[in-house]
Design a protein around this ligand. Sequence first.
Ligand SMILES: Nc1nc2c(c(=O)[nH]1)N[C@H]1C(S)=C(S)[C@@H](COP(=O)(O)OP(=O)(O)OC[C@H]3O[C@@H](n4cnc5c(N)ncnc54)[C@H](O)[C@@H]3O)O[C@H]1N2
Ligand code: MOO
Length: 416
Amino acid sequence: MRPYDEALAQLLSDVGSVATAQNATENVSLFDAVGRVLAEDLCSPINVPPKDNSAMDGYALRLQGANAQGQWQVVATRLAGDASELTVNPGEAVRIMTGAEVPDGADTVIMQEDINRDGDVISLNSANGVDDHRVAENIRPVGNDIKEGRVIVSQGTKIDASHLGLIASVGIDQVCVFRRPIVAVISTGDELIEPGSALPAGAIYNSNRYFLLPMLQKLGCEIIDYGTLKDDQALFEKTFKEAADKADFVITTGGVSVGDADYVKPVLEALGNIDFWKVAIKPGKPFACGRLTKDESQQAGYLLGLPGNPVSAIVTFMLLARPAIQQFSGQAVEPLAFLPARVTQDVRKRPGRMDFQRAHYEMGEDGRIHVTPFNSQSSGVLSSIAECNCFMVLDREQGAIDAGAKVKILPFREWL
Ligand SMILES: Nc1nc2c(c(=O)[nH]1)N[C@H]1C(S)=C(S)[C@@H](COP(=O)(O)OP(=O)(O)OC[C@H]3O[C@@H](n4cnc5c(N)ncnc54)[C@H](O)[C@@H]3O)O[C@H]1N2
Ligand code: MOO
């Protein structure tokens, strides 16, 4: 059994990245870029803002050299969008609106609440006059947000709404992204039927397909859905081969343990190479992965064989498949972001496997995170995922722990 860290490291070194493949990139327009991975550093062709502009509705004037209470003659009005030539001389002011370019000669904008206006003459209304203000206040200087030439979004970033806004703010409407990873999804098991019809004796509804597909979508994958295969070795061979020719990853669920109808591992061995089988995690021990071709130089899908038990399938997807696909898609894989917490009750655990107990965390009145494990840790109880918000992670050699002990947690809801 591989320790989790070793299994993940090997998986990441085996799967590589789409960045090195042929036809790895495409240009897409901004709204199609959300969720895609940027294939090159994006530099700004302009300064943002392009010119000094006002942060307030008020008066642009020259504060430097003004006498105590100040007095200025209002000579013009400046709205946002007006770029006509305008110069402010000492003793003059321009009525200015938020976002309008600051006219030449003005060094400060005074907000209108700080001004007394009498006809076209203005003065400062604060007790200490000029001393209550500073030169350059309320002016947003050119390039304050983004300097021309600066990298605004780096290669490998998964583009979200904030990046889209930033890219639009420098006037770019198309970006170069990596192509989506192609993932074939195959459920296996004679007992599985699809939701929507009555349950025959001996059958269960296929649930794994219904969380895997949306999680893959969220990762930005193109999905080839093979539905469910009956437990038939020849059928597995034929389907895996076909899927491996079309996809970067073939993800299977079920049939990966040691039962009489568990054909995933023998078929992977027959068609290609197993990189490893069995990881020292609970749940999710029987996880198989490897390349679906004997010839290393030949491109073919990489198989990730997830266990059939729904919780084991979702946990191995989150902890192994997800980072592998993320890396392949051109993103940097972030290390797991554990948080410290105190456990609210005694916890049973046998040394041997790293435990990812489903749990619920919340902030206590003492300012610490408190975590309570779900009442069933069976790998068939999918409600433990739906009703929880984190894993309580217990190291491999850890034994039982007492209420109040310090533990690590790993929030997971953002992956769903
Ligand atoms: N003798 C041993 N038996 C088992 C071991 C072991 O080490 N020695 N490991 C156990 C562990 S741990 C797990 S996890 C399971 C994994 O088994 P498989 O990957 O072969 O999965 P199946 O046997 O096909 O199914 C297990 C369970 O999950 C249900 N299932 C399968 N697919 C779906 C699906 N798409 N949707 C909903 N439920 C599904 C299936 O009906 C079974 O109940 O092996 C243990 N056994
Ligand atoms: O490892 Mo299995 O995934 O305990 O149920």
